[in-house]
Design a protein around this ligand. Structure first.
Ligand SMILES: *Cc1c(COP(=O)(O)O)cnc(C)c1O
Length: 392
């Protein structure tokens, strides 16, 4: 069977070597603890599961949903954006619910990219921007991020020839994997740049509600006129521990939202309707779920930061996101080597920064979505390793 080039071009599994090491360790009886996966361990709030259970019993929810979502869900999203960000959205023209934001991120290039067009994205970054671009026949151009810039791209360094071919600029703040945040001034600059070069900004706000110490991330749509040149992806996954239920949204520029809705109409039939009812309940009645989750992550963050410092890693505690991103000591040249050595000595898995792009080399990412007792055990081992003790 000869598969299409777009499938053959999919990058090999990034952690192939690490997966092998994990398998070897497990086979040898080691209790491996992964701090690699960004998937909330805490269950979905019970009041939302109750809404879903009741919704599942309604025959109306047993049929095809509409691709563009229940009007009630689009209205709930509009209320959420008004309340959280002071952004006004037209539920009929500027909002489309998604089967998880990853679905929309993967499909957006089909709306914008013709073969040969350029998509700009950051390095390191979330891999789906690049894969979606490749599926659409486009070319990805990476903007290197640097610690001294606070992991924000230097938009003014983008060559004019590249900007001319670019159709979309992907941004993601609070950022995965670096945990970096962007303020409204950065977004205002990005919007001005996009206007000048006629490029759409696709901002991924997946971590809007995973925040520490009272930090409040901005929506790019808070910038005046942003809707002319931007859309934003958002998700209930990380805020409400709902990764398993698949609810996200794209909001903003009406022309692009319409194009994305039309692409989706031809590919999927939307979010199962009972889950849409659960999503409405989450947005309209979040109770204190978000604050409770953030209190747990804050405790974990502080513990992780302390132990990573014992290991000689340098870092700024994140203001948002589910990740601690830490710089290896200068003597460590390879993040993959470091991660492999850590697994071998301690059975603890961290993600090498280079997995997210070459500019991530020299860093590791630790996810905070590990149950407290497992995290404590992992940190106990890392701490012992830092003191030069034999752990396993
Ligand atoms: C988790 C994540 C998403 C995807 O979330 P969904 O579950 O598909 O809504 C999107 N972008 C980034 C950067 C993420 O880390």
């Amino acid at each position: 069977m000869k598969l299409a080039r777009r499938v053959e071009q999919l990058p090999p599994y990034l952690f192939a070597r690490i997966s092998e090491l994990i398998a070897t360790k497990r086979a040898a009886g080691v209790d491996v603890i992964s701090l690699g996966i960004g998937d909330p361990d805490i269950p979905t709030p019970p009041h939302l599961i109750e809404v879903l259970q009741r919704a599942a019993e309604k025959p109306a929810n047993h049929r095809y949903p509409e691709s563009d979502g229940l009007p009630e869900l689009r209205q709930a999203i509009a209320r959420w954006y008004a309340k959280r960000h002071g952004v006004t959205l037209d539920p009929n023209r500027e909002i489309v619910p998604l089967i998880g934001s990853k679905e929309g991120i993967g499909h957006l290039p089909l709306c914008l990219i013709d073969p040969g067009d350029v998509a700009l994205m950051t390095d390191p970054g979330y891999p789906v921007y690049e894969i979606g671009t490749m599926f659409a026949g486009g070319e990805s151009v990476k903007l290197p991020l640097r610690e001294e810039d606070g992991w924000l791209p230097r938009l003014d360094d983008i060559p004019v020839e590249v900007a001319r071919r670019a159709k979309v600029l992907w941004l993601n703040y609070p950022n995965n994997p670096t945990g970096a945040v962007a303020d409204r001034a950065f977004f205002a600059h990005a919007v001005a740049w996009a206007r000048e070069h006629d490029v759409l900004i696709a901002h991924d706000l997946a971590y809007a509600d995973v925040v520490y110490d009272g930090y409040e991330p901005s929506s790019i749509l808070e910038v005046d006129g942003a809707k002319d040149v931007a859309i934003e992806f958002n998700s209930l996954s990380k805020a409400f521990n709902m990764t398993g239920w698949r609810v996200g949204m794209a909001v903003g520029n009406a022309t692009v939202i319409n194009a994305l809705t039309r692409v989706k109409t031809n590919l999927d039939s939307g979010i199962p309707q009972a889950i849409q009812e659960m999503a409405i309940a989450a947005l309209d009645d979040p109770r204190d779920a978000i604050a409770q989750h953030n209190a747990i992550y804050t405790r974990r963050r502080d513990r992780v930061v302390a132990v990573l410092r014992e290991l000689g890693l340098r870092l700024d505690p994140p203001k948002a996101s589910l990740y601690v991103w830490a710089r290896l000591p200068a003597a460590e040249r390879s993040s993959a080597e470091f991660a492999a050595r850590l697994i071998d000595a301690t059975g603890v898995v961290v993600t090498p920064g280079v997995s997210y792009g070459p500019s991530g080399e020299g860093y590791i990412r630790i996810s905070l979505t590990v149950p407290d007792d497992r995290l404590e055990e992992a940190l106990r081992r890392l701490s012992a390793f830092a003191r030069g003790e034999t752990v396993l």
